[in-house]
Design a protein. Structure first.
Length: 492
């Protein structure tokens, strides 16, 4: 990474051949390369290694050796916490660089990218450092005349497979608790957004993380499959599509490896008949189409009571039409490009499907004028949506909101719960008690009332096709720990 003459950060152009194994960058065994394309201008500006079996095995072997012989798992958790804090500061030092690189790779508006991949990422390492300080490795349980020592141990070698829609944040959600627990790790960044992990490797070195504790292997889907199925991996933490998550689960089941899956979503915002629109409408952009709708927990379905349906549709459409679509480096931009041509094609296919099935576009539905280069799509609102339509059932992963009418609360809950997903949801009402009662009946891992947020101390994850297990909070740390019962000699 080189600074330009004006002090800004130059992009990591060129052919990158290294993986990060045992504390060092080394040439990948694989000669295959994956192009890195800037979605704002459709220009290929770099390549990364497409890791093969030898690359994956080298990373796993290094992690296994570190787990057995480096002393990392045996360190007092408070000492591992000190490493995490040093890593947090090293990431803070690179926040602007990380944001710029991620923006160039995935098209996230720059301010959001710096926050979610740089300055806002270090808090996860600090948080799990605090939990490590508090970790009770052994505790006693006495009951029914028996004394038991309950011991919490790291699960072993953990593979961390992350998505492209916020790569450093996703890594932090997994790496921070894994390190706090005493695991050694292999990170497999997404092919669309791998360059930033070279900066992470620098930060790991600056923090003094021992060799082999964190390894990074680059590549595409096959690289991830090789990692998930490797017999030297004890735990896989995966974030991605539901289809890919099933393959990870099957690979882990073959050897009873542990796994955590954070998968797709089709979350609903349920507006009750007494909802205040001035509470909901400001959340349309940040909650319904965050990062151009390319977030798994986005509230892409809005359920509105029939008597207020037109009012809700018009309010959402007004908010969506006013959003500024543009280049991610423009400070005025609110909606940048989609990550790749394939993603834009996918979204356009869903928009066409919605129209074919009888839904009507109120705003958007095409490519924005004046942006002929780049993978841009207008923020789009559909009305007259039936809950059985594809646009109401399948994850689109684009700036598309479907507004679905309902008659009564029971129908609304049936629609809200009537998908194969169960990641997020929200209820909007002027009656807090009523909102809580409805929230308890929504089949999802995260539900907000008159707001929608994620919190570092609250477990995050889904039910049904949205995954298994939880990240964040103490639950995120527990996911990397095994529990052992030890029965001491009687009388001791």
């Amino acid at each position: 990474m080189k600074a330009t003459n004006d002090g800004s950060i130059g992009l990591m152009n060129g052919d990158h051949v290294d993986i990060y194994v045992n504390g060092k960058l080394r040439p990948a065994h694989s000669s295959a390369r994956i192009p890195v394309v800037n979605p704002a201008d459709e220009r290929e500006f770099a390549t990364i290694p497409d890791g093969d079996k030898a690359d994956v095995s080298a990373a796993v072997d290094a992690a296994r050796e570190a787990f057995r012989n480096s002393g990392w798992p045996q360190l007092p958790a408070s000492e591992r916490a000190n490493y995490l804090r040093r890593l947090a500061r090293a990431i803070d030092n690179r926040a602007e660089q990380l944001g710029a690189i991620v923006t160039a790779q995935i098209g996230m508006p720059l301010a959001a990218s710096v926050q979610s991949n740089g300055s806002g990422t270090s808090k996860y390492y600090d948080y799990y450092a605090e939990l490590a300080d508090q970790l009770e490795v052994e505790s006693e349980r006495i009951g029914h005349g028996l004394r038991t020592v309950i011991r919490r141990e790291p699960v072993g070698v953990a593979a961390l497979i992350v998505p492209w829609n916020g790569p450093q944040g996703a890594i932090a959600w997994k790496l921070a608790p894994a390190l706090a627990a005493g695991c050694t790790t292999i990170i497999k960044p997404p092919p669309e957004a791998s360059l930033d992990s070279y900066l992470l490797a620098e930060a790991l070195d600056e923090a003094g993380i021992p060799p082999g504790v964190v390894n990074i292997v680059f590549g595409g889907r096959e690289t991830g499959a090789l990692l998930a199925s490797h017999p030297g991996v004890d735990k896989v933490s995966f974030t991605g599509s539901t289809h890919a998550g099933r393959q990870v689960a099957l690979a882990c089941a073959e050897r009873f490896a542990r796994f955590t899956l954070e998968l797709g979503g089709k979350s609903g915002a349920l507006l009750l008949d007494d909802a205040h629109l001035d509470t909901f409408l400001p959340l349309v952009a940040p909650a319904c189409i965050p990062f151009s709708g390319q977030i798994c927990h986005a509230l892409t379905r809005v359920l509105a009571p029939r008597p207020r349906y037109d009012e809700v549709v018009e309010g959402i459409a007004s908010k969506m039409a006013a959003l500024v679509v543009g280049h991610p480096l423009d400070p005025a931009t609110q909606v940048g490009p989609l990550v790749a041509k394939r993603q834009r094609d996918r979204v356009e296919d869903y928009i066409a499907s919605g129209r074919e099935q009888g839904a009507k576009t109120v705003t958007g539905g095409g490519r924005p004028e004046g942006l002929d280069v780049g993978y841009y799509i207008q923020p789009t609102v559909f009305r007259d949506v039936d809950s059985a339509m594809r646009i109401a059932q399948e994850e689109i992963f684009g700036p598309v909101v479907s507004v679905i009418p309902y008659g009564n609360e029971e129908e609304a809950l049936a629609i809200c719960n009537g998908t194969t997903y169960g990641l997020g949801g929200a209820v909007f009402t002027s009656d807090a008690e009523r909102g809580m009662a409805i929230a308890r009946r929504i089949e999802a891992g995260v539900v907000g009332i008159n707001r929608y947020t994620l919190h570092i101390d609250a477990p995050f994850g889904g039910v049904k096709g949205s995954g298994l297990g939880r990240e964040l909070g103490p639950e995120g740390l527990a996911a990397f720990l095994e529990v052992k019962s030890i029965f001491p000699p009687q009388g001791n």
